[in-house]
Design a protein around this ligand. Sequence first.
Ligand SMILES: [Zn+2]
Ligand SMILES: [Zn+2]
Length: 528
Amino acid sequence: MANPFAIRALAHPAIAETYPLSTDIYRELYSFFFSSKEFLRWCGSECPWQLHCYGGPGSGKTTLCALVVQHLQAHAENPEVVSAFVQADVLSNETIFLEDFLATVYHQVHAFGRVEYKSVDLFDKYEDACQAGRRSAVRIELLREALHASFSQSAPCFLVMDGIDRCSAALRLLIERELQDLQSLGVRIMVSARLRVFEKPLEATCDTDETDDVLKLFLECSKCEETVLCFPCKERGEVCPICETAEYLIESYDIVNFGIGQIPPQSMRDFVAWDLEKEHGDLGLKSSCHDKPPLSSLGALILRNQDGSTPQSLLERILEQAENNIGIAKLRLDNFHNAQSLEDVESIGDRLPPNIVFQFDTAVRNIETQPASQGDLGLRAIAAAAENNAGVPAANVERWLRPKSSKFPPRSVEDVLQSANGFLISANMEEENIRIYHASFFMYVAQNYNASLLWARSQLHFDRAFRSRTNISTLMSETKIKSPPLFSRVLSFDSSPRSDESDKGSPSILSRSSTTSYFVGARRPTNG
Ligand SMILES: [Zn+2]
Ligand SMILES: [Zn+2]
């Protein structure tokens, strides 16, 4: 009997095959990535590992993935690039996502003209299984076989997947499994996520030269398992001194993490200058903007202004506030472009502007709406980490969370970081220090902009001797914050159910903004 449900909907709504790049992207911001050893090696002739690009909310992962697709299509020897952009959190209906993910990869591979008879035949069987209403495990297996068959004997292609961490933890494990299988068939894999793959970094140094540099990419002798060699030495013809051959030298790791937040300061500066002059005309910043418009009225005011901010000092201030985060820089620039007067410009640095607060509000709501134990853990972990802008040792966080732990307490620092959706990072692997990912978000938490986080803090079990938030004043003076927090400090917050106090409407300033949501997980306001 035909399956009445077989009329297939389009692909899972969270999967997009492409991401439209805006025409006025400042590409130079990413050139450090394209010229990195890691990227060059990854898209070179042979590469046995996956490239994992990670960066906190607003670091530009999706843009980077789209640029990588473009770059490979234009420059790679074999420009067959499959891409999948995960555009929404996928916390349920995971098998549908998995099936549609495999289907989208299959269709893209076939669009390159890879027509393997066996593969097409298997895909027909898959479609028959859909029509016959076979169970999903059968359908997925057929689809997987059809996909794998299309790679027999063909040159490898690339697969770029953006936002794998928007999948639930269980789904992510399934997808990673599929990616591993594809990789073993020769597909070059790159994924992006908010957090790096959690592994202790290997402390490898080259055994055949004098340098003590810790190597990110290296070769290990698989015979003696003793020797480590850097690539330059290998290329110079060095061999394993123990085995006296280079035959067994391999890259023994299967994943290379690449932090995309490490934009060189000069590139960031050039970008901000470019954006300012693109909008306001020649401000004397000598940016690389080729078609500067006539001087805007705000630009003219600033240039005429003798004793206030200069274009240069405004640029410095934006850089300082952005702290190398592209998303925050763009939101700050939007505020600048929206300013009507010199007073507006001067006040921009005084507090968190509404557009940033709005983005953070949305992000916190997304953390809350995770399954109960995770949402709760995420909020409390953020509240705990905000006790110190330099971060809090994982052991303290664990202690402060402990009395209220759920049935599923976190089993590792990774669990804690994941529950916070990328808003927490662990900078120091050795001491496992957990901290807030960006100074602006620290300010947002520490200054009690958000009622849910304030509630979460009231749920923490602090040690009696702990002096709370010692570093707020330092941070505030560092970032030149003059105005008082929006909420006054409430120390005895009762533990009644959370209200939706923080759910203020979207600030009007958002209506002009062309700045999309830089915070992965943040949803766009529906009505400007
Ligand atoms: Zn050896
Ligand atoms: Zn070396």
